[in-house]
Design a protein. Structure first.
Length: 308
C-alpha cells in the first residue's frame, strides 16, 4: 500500500493518525528529532527517520502529512521564541519540499497544519464568521505565523503536488493538548470564564482532526485552505460551562482580561480573543463530522477520560 510520511508523528494528532493508518496496513515513515523516543511511542512497524536525507530518492511516498511545530502557547513570545516558532514549521516545510524535488515520483498530496490564528484576533473576528476566503491580519504574530506556514506549503503546488492547508482550532482529546488540563480544572470546580467570555472558541474533537486529515489526504478533488473546526461554534463562556457540566459541575470562576494582558503580551490574544472560524469548505465537500455538537463531544471525552 502507498507510504505516508508524517512529521510530528509523536504529537497528539500524529499518534492517533498513525495508529489508524497502521491498523489498515499502511506503511508509514515518521520524521522525529529523537528516533529512540519515537520508536518507544509509536511501536514496531513504523520507520522512523531523524533526517529526511535518510529517505532514498526511489522511495514511493503517496502523501505527506506535516503536523510538526513547537507549541505556540506557553513560553513568552520573545523575539527568539517567535523565530523558533516560525522555523519549527517553515524550516521543516522547506526540507520537505527539498525531499519532494529529489524523489523519483512526487507525492500525490501535502496536508500541512496551520491554525485559525490565520484570521487574527480582532473583535470582529470573534463575532463575524470567518471562512476559508477570509483574509489574514498582517502585523499580528499569530496571523503572520500561519500565513508564513501556508505560503511555504503552497510552494509544493509549483511541483505539481496537491496542497491542503488545514487551519485547526483547539483540538480536544484525552491523550494530550489542552483538554486534560482543562478537564482537570473542571472536575475540581475550577473551570473559569476568561474575560467577558464572549470570544469565539473554535474547537474540534481529535477524532475529527484525524478524520479531516484523512479526508483531505484521500479526496483528490480537495485543495487549498480548510478550517478544521466543528460546525457547532461556541463562545469561551459556553465552552467552559459545557465542560464543567460534562463532569456534573459548574464553572463559577472568572479571570479578568486586563491583569493578564500586560504580563502575557500579545500571547494573551490566544486566551482572551478568538476567531469565529466556520468549516465551510469541509461541509461543502461532504465531510461528515463524528462529533459535530459541543455538549455531546465533551461528554464523549469525559467518558473516555473516566476509562483511562
Amino acid at each position: 500500500m502507498p507510504t505516508v510520511l508524517i512529521t510530528g508523528a509523536t504529537g497528539f494528532i500524529g499518534r492517533q493518525l498513525l495508529a489508524e493508518l497502521r491498523a489498515e496496513g499502511r506503511p508509514v515513515i515518521a520524521l522525529s528529532r529523537n528516533a529512540r523516543r519515537a520508536h518507544a511511542l509509536l511501536g514496531p512497524g513504523v520507520r522512523v527517520v531523524e533526517n529526511l536525507d535518510a529517505i532514498a530518492s526511489e522511495t514511493r511516498i503517496d502523501a505527506v502529512i506535516h503536523l510538526a511545530g513547537a507549541r505556540v502557547l506557553g513560553q513568552p513570545w520573545t523575539a527568539a521564541r517567535r523565530r523558533e516558532l516560525m522555523l519549527s514549521r517553515t524550516g521543516t516545510t522547506a526540507r520537505l519540499l527539498a525531499l519532494m524535488q529529489r524523489l523519483q515520483q512526487l507525492p500525490r498530496v501535502l496536508v500541512s497544519a496551520s491554525a485559525v490564528g490565520f484570521y487574527g484576533a480582532s473583535p470582529e473576528a470573534s463575532f463575524e464568521p470567518r471562512d476559508e476566503a477570509s483574509p489574514p491580519r498582517p502585523g499580528e504574530f499569530q496571523s503572520d505565523l500561519c500565513a508564513a506556514i501556508e505560503q511555504e506549503a503552497q510552494r509544493a503546488e509549483a511541483l505539481g503536488v496537491r496542497v491542503v492547508r488545514m487551519r485547526f482550532g483547539v483540538v480536544l482529546g484525552t491523550g494530550d493538548g489542552a483538554y486534560p488540563m482543562l478537564a482537570r480544572a473542571a472536575r475540581f470546580g475550577l473551570g473559569a470564564v476568561l474575560g467577558d467570555g464572549r470570544q469565539a472558541a473554535p474547537w474540534l474533537h481529535v477524532d475529527d482532526a484525524v478524520g479531516l486529515v484523512r479526508f483531505a489526504m484521500d479526496r483528490n478533488d480537495i485543495q487549498g485552505a480548510f478550517n478544521a473546526v466543528a460546525p457547532d461554534g461556541a463562545t469561551q463562556a459556553r465552552f467552559v460551562h459545557a465542560l464543567a457540566a460534562s463532569f456534573g459541575r459548574r464553572a463559577r470562576l472568572r479571570v479578568p482580561a486586563a491583569p493578564m494582558r500586560l504580563p502575557m503580551g500579545e500571547m494573551a490574544s490566544l486566551l482572551f480573543d478568538g476567531q469565529n472560524a466556520v468549516p465551510r469548505a469541509a461541509l461543502a465537500a461532504g465531510y461528515q463530522f463524528r462529533h459535530p455538537k459541543l455538549d455531546a463531544a465533551l461528554m464523549d471525552l469525559a467518558v473516555r477520560a473516566a476509562k483511562a
